[in-house]
Structures are given as structure tokens and as C-alpha cells.
Design a binder for this molecule. Structure first.
Ligand SMILES: [Fe+2]
Ligand SMILES: [Fe+2]
Ligand SMILES: [Fe+2]
Length: 429
């Protein structure tokens, strides 16, 4: 995207890297799965002498090709070749890519990333078909790599496995591209190098895509897919927090630029939850010390994933501080009141308010009166900001009305996305 830029520039390519990394944090076996797939695609695309824009499209498709697999269970079942239904996450992925103007061109490749050549029904020269086949080969190859065996001791066997797919699964021209690029050791060593992320970020084919905060917000569909759509109980959590922060930002008189940044921070505040298993997030009753220690990781992960995106440093600070408390007893940085910005305080108040108002697997949402009482207690303990809680309490009906509308939209979106894709609710709790 050679975007029009207004306001602060954000590296959208860095953001793609961070979302890709976040997705693959969901399970240790998945680490760098999508980025390694992207690397293989890039090398084959170069060998095919594709135009730079076409290489960019393919690389962007590969980076988040599994965005439609919402739960860790679903992601890992595809990774281990055990999923019965591969089609659903491809269709969902296509739908998500189509929502973002500069990523829509990659949508078809995402849809076809598990379609074997014999079921393609299109010419290999049709738009994006050869690229989709490259993505398919790359993805299969990446999953075949044994992470416990030195790569050069398995590269010949991997080449043989890919060769056996020629014709039926992979088009012969695509296989030939792969056989060419995988002839030298550097390909395999680069693919499995520990610094692959930085190598791709600074030397790869997608480096200079910039946009403003509004453009980043247009990726909401991607964020929601990985943060909220893991469970019906969280499907509209971010929507609720965002709506609440939007209302509070306006009521508290924040400037236009502060409000856009605040919206983005609210939208991304729980990005790091991808690293925490659903069983812990949804556990009824009290968490053990070890489980709570896992929960504490999420806001740190949010911070670090966003802080590595050029232009999002302030958003990272706001979002990463949403569990800090004014008395310094929050986590993960234990910063105190004078270091916690107004925007961070707004996200913290909105997060608590939304969480208390929502249904959980183990309880229904609480009524506003009870929520107000709980939040007042938190103000007394110096956990939450008094002025922000007062503003919310004085305008609670208006805030809740807007919040319900927004949450309803995302709940409907969640069920629409599920129902249009083979109704595979079975793999999604
Ligand atoms: Fe994959
Ligand atoms: Fe997949
Ligand atoms: Fe959180």
C-alpha cells in the first residue's frame, strides 16, 4: 500500500509482522509458521520472476494465511495435518482479507491455500492461481519440517516429499520453482534462522507500507479475528471496550488525535491474550497462582508486539498499561499514578466496566448499579481514576446504550462468519 498519509505514520508492514507473530504465539509448535511460509513463497516468487507488486501480494497472503483459524485448537489441527475441515478457515480468511482495501488483492490466494491442484478448476495462468499454489506448497513444506532435527539433515527428504505431490496436489511448474530454490543450503539455513523475523522485516519484500491510525483501525477485522473470535464469550469484548473508550474520550474532552490513538489502543489492548490458553481465560472460579501468572503475560505481550511497530510506540504504552493501577500494584510494569497517562486510565476503566457488564461462562453480566459500586471500591483503593469513573457513572445510560449497539454488531458478525463457513461451530467453542 503506497497509502495517502495523514497524521502520524505507522508502519503497516511492521503491524502485519506483529499480528503474524502474535498468531503463532498461540502454540509453541506454531512459532514462526506463517513467516517461514512467507519466506518460502518469496523465494519461489523471485525464482518465477514475478513483478514486485505480485510478490508483495503473495507475501502478505502468506504472512497471515491462517487468520481464519480462530482457536488454538483449530490452528494446531491444521498444522498437524489432522483437521477434517480445512475449507472453513480458508473461506473465513478470504472474508477477513477482503475487508481491508490494501489486503483485498491477497484474498483469493488465502482462500486457495489448501486447495490441491486437482480441485483447482482454473488455469495455472489465471489470476493468482500460481501464487496460491506456491502458498500451498510453502505451507505444506513448513509443516513437514521437524523442528528437532537439523535442517540440512532433512532437506533432501523434504524435497522428496514435495516431489511426490507433483501433479495431483501441486502443479509441476510450481514444484520446479521450489526444486530450484531449495537446491542450495542457504535457502534452508535462512528459512530456519533464529533471526528470520528481523531478516524479513528489514530485507524482505514488504517493508515500506505506511498508513495513519485510521488506516490501522481499518484492520479491525484482523484484530478481532485473533483477539476476540476465539470464543463466543469474548466475541464482542474489544467492541465493548472500544465503544466505552470512545464515549469517555469525547466526554473528557480529549483532542481528535488523542482520541484516534486511544481508539487504536482500546482495539488492540488484549492482543497479548493470544498467548494465554482459553481454559485459563474462561476458567470459572478463582485462578491458581500459576494461572494468574499466565494472565499477567498478556498486557506485556500487547506492549511488546505493538512497541515493535514503528509509529505505534505511544499506542503500545497506552494499551500495555491497561492493568496498571494508580497505587503501583498493577502489572506488568508496576508504574504509579504520575506515569499512567489519561488514555491508559480510560482504557483501564473501560476494560473493567465492560468485563463486569458482560456474560461469562460462569456468571451473567452484572447490572449497572452493582458495577458502579464495585468500581467505586476500586477508586477508593486507588486502582482506578476517580474523575474517569465519575464521568462514566454520570453518563452510564448513554455509554451502555452505545456499547450495546457496537457489541451487538460484532456478535452478529461473529455468528455470520461462522455460519457462512461450513457451519463448523464444532471446532470453535
Ligand atoms: Fe498454515
Ligand atoms: Fe491453513
Ligand atoms: Fe486485559
Amino acid at each position: 500500500m503506497k497509502t495517502r498519509i495523514s497524521g502520524k505514520q505507522i508502519s503497516m508492514s511492521d503491524l502485519m509482522f506483529s499480528i503474524s507473530e502474535a498468531m503463532d504465539i498461540a502454540h509453541h509448535k506454531l512459532a514462526l509458521h506463517q513467516l517461514r511460509t512467507a519466506y518460502i513463497c518469496w523465494k519461489m516468487a523471485e525464482e518465477a520472476a514475478l513483478a514486485p507488486l505480485q510478490i508483495e501480494k503473495l507475501f502478505l497472503a502468506a504472512m497471515l494465511h491462517d487468520i481464519g483459524a480462530f482457536t488454538a485448537l483449530e490452528k494446531i489441527s491444521h498444522y498437524e495435518f489432522e483437521a477434517e475441515d480445512c475449507e472453513s478457515h480458508c473461506l473465513r480468511g478470504e472474508l477477513i482479507y477482503r475487508q481491508v482495501p490494501w489486503l483485498a488483492a491477497s484474498a483469493k490466494m488465502v482462500r486457495l491455500h489448501h486447495t490441491p491442484w486437482c480441485r483447482c478448476n482454473e488455469s495455472i495462468d489465471a489470476t493468482d492461481v500460481m501464487e496460491a499454489q506456491m502458498l500451498m506448497l510453502a505451507e505444506k513444506l513448513e509443516r513437514e519440517i521437524d523442528r528437532d532435527v537439523y535442517i540440512l539433515n532433512q532437506s533432501s527428504a523434504l524435497r522428496e516429499k514435495m516431489r511426490n505431490m507433483a501433479g495431483k496436489v501441486i502443479h509441476i511448474r510450481v514444484l520446479e520453482l521450489f526444486l530450484c530454490v531449495s537446491e542450495n543450503e542457504a535457502f534452508w539455513l535462512e528459512l530456519t534462522a533464529p533471526n528470520l523475523m528481523n531478516f524479513l522485516k528489514y530485507k524482505g519484500p514488504v517493508q515500506h507500507i505506511y498508513g495513519d491510525a485510521a488506516a490501522a483501525l481499518k484492520m479491525e477485522e484482523f484484530f478481532t479475528a485473533i483477539i476476540d473470535f476465539r470464543s463466543k464469550y469474548t466475541a464482542s469484548h474489544t467492541a465493548g471496550v472500544s465503544s466505552c473508550t470512545t464515549s469517555l474520550g469525547a466526554l473528557l474532552g480529549l483532542s481528535e488525535s488523542e482520541r484516534v490513538e486511544l481508539d487504536l489502543a482500546a482495539t488492540l489492548h488484549d492482543l497479548g491474550k493470544i498467548g494465554v490458553p482459553n481454559e485459563i481465560l474462561e476458567k470459572p472460579g478463582k485462578l491458581t497462582k500459576q494461572e494468574f501468572a499466565m494472565i499477567k503475560m498478556h498486557s506485556y505481550l500487547t506492549f511488546t508486539l505493538l512497541d515493535s511497530v514503528r509509529g505505534l510506540e505511544e499506542v503500545a504504552r497506552i494499551a500495555g498499561s491497561h492493568h496498571e493501577k494508580l497505587d503501583g500494584s498493577g502489572y506488568p510494569f508496576h508504574i504509579e499514578s504520575d506515569e499512567i497517562s489519561t488514555s491508559s486510565r480510560i482504557v483501564a476503566v473501560s476494560d473493567v466496566f465492560t468485563a463486569l457488564a458482560e456474560d461469562r461462562p460462569y456468571r451473567d453480566g452484572l447490572p449497572p448499579k452493582q458495577i458502579k459500586r464495585i468500581m467505586q471500591e476500586m477508586v477508593t483503593k486507588r486502582h482506578l481514576d476517580a474523575r474517569i469513573v465519575d464521568t462514566l457513572s454520570s453518563n452510564v445510560d448513554e455509554v451502555v446504550r452505545a456499547m450495546k449497539v457496537r457489541q451487538q454488531q460484532w456478535t452478529e458478525r461473529y455468528y455470520t462468519v461462522l455460519s457462512m463457513t461450513n457451519g463448523s461451530l464444532g471446532t470453535l467453542h
